[in-house]
Ligand binder design. Structure first.
Ligand SMILES: [Zn+2]
Length: 140
């Protein structure tokens, strides 16, 4: 068995992945906006702005709402939301894992996930466009 190297990885959502897979990142983000944002944008008819704009609003507004996370949020959905709430800055695996574990350990249905399992799930992701890169080039 190879030694796990997950500690050196950072994760981010790759907008190019969405282009390549003909998926709409703005729509994907739109679906995760809080109810008050949903109400506002549905009045205007459709997603407001590109993904950068959506993400900005998520960071400022939706990710701060109590409905953003629960202990029932699936693993990859949790990872996706954590990365978004971090403005899609590359998130180190250790941080991602710690935050998911914290979120899941509280609430009405506490859960636990092993590091190895989370890494595997992130690697196999073909739904959220989550990419891992080496942490070498993270912001100083
Ligand atoms: Zn909102």
């Amino acid at each position: 068995m190879e030694k796990p190297t997950q500690e050196g990885l950072v994760y981010l959502v790759d907008p190019k992945w969405y282009e390549e897979h003909k998926k709409s990142l703005p729509d994907t983000l739109q679906a995760r906006r809080c109810s008050s944002c949903q109400k506002k944008t549905s009045d205007k008819g459709g997603p407001a702005g590109g993904w950068e704009e959506q993400m900005k609003k998520i960071v400022e507004c939706c990710s701060k709402k109590p409905t953003w996370f629960s202990s029932r949020t699936p693993a990859l959905e949790s990872a996706f939301r954590l990365i978004l709430a971090n403005s899609n800055r590359p998130l180190p695996f250790a941080t991602l894992y710690e935050q998911i574990t914290n979120l899941w350990s509280s609430g009405e249905s506490p859960r636990y996930i092993a590091k190895e399992v989370l890494v595997k799930m992130l690697d196999m992701d073909d739904f959220y466009g989550i990419r891992s890169t080496s942490a070498v080039r993270t912001t100083p």
